[in-house]
Ligand binder design. Structure first.
Ligand SMILES: Cc1cc2nc3c(=O)[nH]c(=O)nc-3n(C[C@H](O)[C@H](O)[C@H](O)COP(=O)(O)OP(=O)(O)OC[C@H]3O[C@@H](n4cnc5c(N)ncnc54)[C@H](O)[C@@H]3O)c2cc1C
Length: 486
């Protein structure tokens, strides 16, 4: 059942931090991507849903533009926007507990991915297939669909979302909290659906998520989520760029693409293997593959098989150990073509770009993700075999321009045949909203004639627009790539 609660109690007050407070910088500076910087009038550190309602109501009443943050890992400047006057930080809200009334495991939005993994495992031996970086905040992560090292075996985190609590603002400017579930009888079900891939900062402030596997029931929380893998084997292997010439580079990439295509099924014995192929620039010296296997005793064999398949005709990796940021994302339904592999070789090796941090990342995708119906969630990309990312990172602001020039040109040339972007169709499946990129909305860089929202949401966009119109009629929650109401 859904509930809706409003608080008129203006005495409910969270911690308010102005620019003179030393804590201000810890929130404003809590950005993984330092390319963007905010200067809000104040920050609210909130500890409860009521505090969020009061903080949102205050900002709306004062006419100040607001943004919410959880883990600070946005790749774009959605929170660090100079026009944002109030930042609401939900990171004090970190509880993970079983909610018997809803028959689901509740996770507050301020918990990080690492904290959530740990709490689920330690309390119930369970898991949700979250992202692979422990400091990401649950608040902004799950609403974007969320893929990670268990995705080929278990799907997206959003596929396990049973309910969400959100603080929204109505047409009169009143803030209130609402719980929306996936129950077909729930009149607020559309808001739940929007939180299965619609992206953060669009509809309201998420305060809590509840998770339960589709079809699971009963009162034992240990049975409501997938069991954690018996064991996890991580690995990393490297090739030295000194040993790689153009033919062996192309062979390596071709082997990798072929492997991903062949082993993409949810029933593949390799669905328990997830890898990230890091093709760094030649000046970095190495090409790295790292990954995670949950195949237990068979893991080492699985990893060896995978590395042998990759290295065939290209040379084995040198080091194997069993044991990062402008990101331009694309989902591939097919391996890279010979032309694209040539472009990759060119951008990774040419000397006219001095870009030490540049790399091409290829993460395995598909598997269980691709078993979910297109309209079952707002995560509309259910047909990809690979997630490609052109990345770069830098410390010195003086090299920013050349890094951005390199990464934009690289991405454009990879997708030059479809207007510089991965237009959804036979070969590509668009891009992930959890890896947002405002360049896709720039008609000088995206010359495909296909709108940015089609790249992220495909045919789901009109439905998201209707939900936006219903739940955020005043467009309080907005950023450079936010959903526009109809
Ligand atoms: C190093 C790194 C690794 C990553 N790895 C993965 C990965 O493996 N898989 C994956 O799917 N993604 C990954 N991401 C992307 C990440 O999931 C998204 O950037 C996510 O939105 C970050 O959430 P956050 O709360 O940490 O960030 P924030 O910067 O706090 O927020 C990001 C966006 O979500 C909104 N938001 C934050 N909290 C809330 C809330 N409580 N309610 C509503 N909106 C909110 C913000 O307003 C903003 O628009 C990675 C990002 C980085 C930087």
């Amino acid at each position: 059942m859904s509930t809706r609660q409003t608080t008129d109690d203006t005495r409910i007050e969270s911690i308010k931090i102005g620019p003179d407070d030393p804590r201000y910088l810890t929130v404003v500076g809590k950005r993984f991507n330092k390319l963007f910087r905010a200067s809000p009038d104040y920050v609210r550190l909130v500890s409860s849903t009521d505090e969020v309602v009061a903080a949102v109501a205050e900002a709306v009443r004062e006419g100040r533009r607001l943004a919410v943050t959880s883990g600070g890992h946005c790749l774009e400047g959605f929170v660090s926007d100079p026009e944002v006057r109030v930042i609401i930080d939900v990171s004090p809200m970190k509880r993970v507990y079983y909610d018997a009334a809803r028959g689901a495991v509740a996770v507050e939005a301020g918990a990080t991915v690492g904290e959530t993994f740990r709490a689920l495992f330690e309390t119930w031996g369970g898991v949700i297939p979250l992202g692979e970086y422990p400091e990401i905040g649950m608040g902004g992560h799950v609403v974007g669909g969320a893929f990670g090292f268990l995705c080929r075996e278990l799907g997206l985190a959003a596929d396990y979302l049973y309910a969400v609590e959100v603080v929204t603002v109505d047409e009169r400017g009143q803030a209130s909290s609402v719980v929306a579930t996936r129950d077909t009888s729930d009149p607020h079900r559309d808001l739940w659906w929007a939180h299965t891939g619609g992206g953060g900062g669009n509809f309201g402030v998420v305060t809590r998520y509840w998770f339960r596997s589709p079809g699971a029931s009963g009162e034992d929380p240990a049975r409501l989520l997938p069991p954690a893998p018996q064991s996890i084997t991580t690995f990393k292997a490297e090739w030295s760029w000194g040993d790689i010439d153009q033919p062996s580079f192309l062979r390596l990439l071709r082997n990798h693409g072929t492997w991903c295509e062949r082993n993409n099924g949810a029933d593949s014995p390799y669905a328990s293997l997830w890898t990230l192929f890091e093709l760094h620039r030649k000046q970095f010296g190495k090409i790295i593959i790292r990954g995670v296997s949950t195949a237990g005793a068979a893991a080492e064999r699985q990893v060896d098989d995978h590395l042998a398949a990759l290295g065939e005709g290209a040379g084995a990796p040198q080091a194997k150990e069993l044991a990062r940021m402008s990101v331009k994302d694309a989902l591939l339904k097919k391996p890279l073509t010979d032309r694209q592999m040539g472009v990759a070789y060119d951008y990774l090796t040419r000397n006219d770009h001095d870009v030490m941090g540049g790399m091409l990342g290829l993460a395995t995708y598909g598997g269980r993700i691709n078993t979910v119906a297109l309209d079952a969630t707002a995560s509309a990309q259910r047909d990809a075999i690979l997630d490609l990312a052109c990345n770069t990172g830098w410390l010195d602001p003086r090299v920013e321009a050349k890094n951005l020039t390199w990464v934009r040109a690289f991405y454009r040339d990879l997708f030059v045949e479809s207007g510089g972007v991965p237009v959804p169709g036979e070969t590509y499946d668009g891009a992930l909203i959890n890896h947002p990129d405002a360049d896709l909305a720039d008609s000088r860089l995206n010359t495909s004639g296909v709108a940015w929202h089609t790249l992220y949401y495909k045919a789901s966009y009109p439905r998201l627009q209707r939900i936006k119109a219903r739940w955020d009629p005043r467009n309080v929650f907005r950023h450079a790539l936010s959903i526009r109401a109809e």
